[in-house]
Ligand binder design. Structure first.
Ligand SMILES: Nc1ncnc2c1ncn2[C@@H]1O[C@H](COP(=O)(O)OP(=O)(O)O)[C@@H](O)[C@H]1O
Ligand SMILES: [Mg+2]
Length: 324
């Protein structure tokens, strides 16, 4: 693939544990494994774009150095691969039982999206893990560790990856922007960090998309690409509803829908995010959050957006009227 079209998330994927940002407690342990040239089976859990796959690959590189060879010293499989669980099962087994080549203590198999495996498939995996522990260590990756059967969890050291802080995501985006010579204004960077919401992959992908549109990355470009409304607009909308200004709030809503053409659910999710920054009593936030959840559910069931969003505003206005 030409370097020009290579996704920046791949191009700037950290190559060693030292280059990973955030997750410092986890990194400390992983570096310990490198120092000892030994590790147990690992389970990485947490939200997307926080460095799970990267940490696995960096660990392998730091451990194996130039002996890091796909299909020989390590293998990366995706449990929800279209080829089906039987193929996965046999590839896992074939890879895990082979004797590691000279110079490495064991092979490593990364199994991504392990939480998509059925409990039966996980049982089979557990047996393979046990049987071939000598030759092969597993790094299982998932979003939710509670979807992994307990006997596997108890055989692994479990690491929970947190969403990255805005500072860390901002640093990483700033770094990539500099390397790629894209002009990124302060407000552009803030907007990228906002839409990334702790997901570094998302942040870098949007940076790349925005970078293709023009020289300068503005906040407007970022919000447009992502179909998101400027947070300040959402804040205004909520403020109007909370202040009991139903007509004005509805006008604002129509304006937002017309200018941004955004989906009801993404609007509700943004409102939810802005809500917590408001200086209103906690109980009110809880009440509003409940209304948002209800409308989100109805939208997910296919209810008419315009009606639901107007009902949402009316409910917030009514709630305020009742409590004052
Ligand atoms: N903690 C991090 N430090 C540096 N870059 C990161 C980090 N997390 C994610 N990234 C960036 O996002 C991309 C996707 O990260 P990845 O490790 O695949 O996330 P996931 O947690 O979904 O496995 C990486 O290629 C890298 O560019
Ligand atoms: Mg991953």
């Amino acid at each position: 693939m030409s370097e020009n079209f290579r996704p920046w998330v791949e191009k700037y994927r950290p190559r060693t544990l030292d280059d990973i940002v955030g997750q410092s407690e986890i990194l400390k342990h992983l570096k310990g494994y490198v120092a000892q040239k030994a590790m147990p089976h690992l389970l990485f859990a947490g939200p997307a774009g926080t460095g799970k796959t990267t940490a696995g690959l960096c660990l392998i590189r730091d451990l194996f150095g130039d002996k890091m060879k796909r299909n020989q010293s390590y293998l990366e499989l995706n449990a929800s691969d279209a080829r089906g669980i039987d193929v996965i099962r046999s590839s896992v087994k074939d890879f895990a039982r082979a004797i590691p080549e000279k110079g490495i203590p064991f092979r490593i198999l990364i199994l991504d999206e392990a939480d998509n495996m059925t409990p039966q498939a996980q049982q089979a995996l557990r047996r393979t893990m046990e049987k071939y522990t000598q030759n092969c260590r597993f790094i299982l990756i998932c979003n939710y560790s509670n979807k992994i059967i307990p006997p596997i969890q108890s055989r692994c050291a479990v690491f929970r990856f947190a969403l990255l802080t805005n500072d860390k995501v901002g640093d990483r985006i700033g770094f990539v922007a500099k390397e790629e010579h894209v002009k990124l204004s302060k407000e552009g960077l803030d907007a990228l960090v906002y839409v990334a919401n702790g997901d570094c992959r998302q942040g870098i992908n949007i940076l790349q998309a925005a970078g293709m549109l023009g020289e300068n990355i503005t906040a407007d470009a970022v919000y447009q690409i992502t179909g998101r409304v400027q947070p300040i607009e959402i804040k205004n909308l909520l403020e109007l509803a909370i202040a009991g200004e139903l007509t004005q709030a509805q006008e604002k809503l129509t304006e937002l829908i017309d200018t941004y053409g955004l989906s009801g659910r993404s609007l509700v999710s943004q409102m939810h995010r802005e809500l917590y920054g408001f200086s209103i009593p906690e109980e009110k936030k809880v009440d509003i959050a409940k209304i948002l959840a209800e409308i989100d559910f109805r939208l997910s069931q296919g209810a008419t957006e315009e009606i639901q969003l107007n009902a949402l505003l009316a409910k917030i206005v009514l709630m305020q009227a009742k409590s004052s």
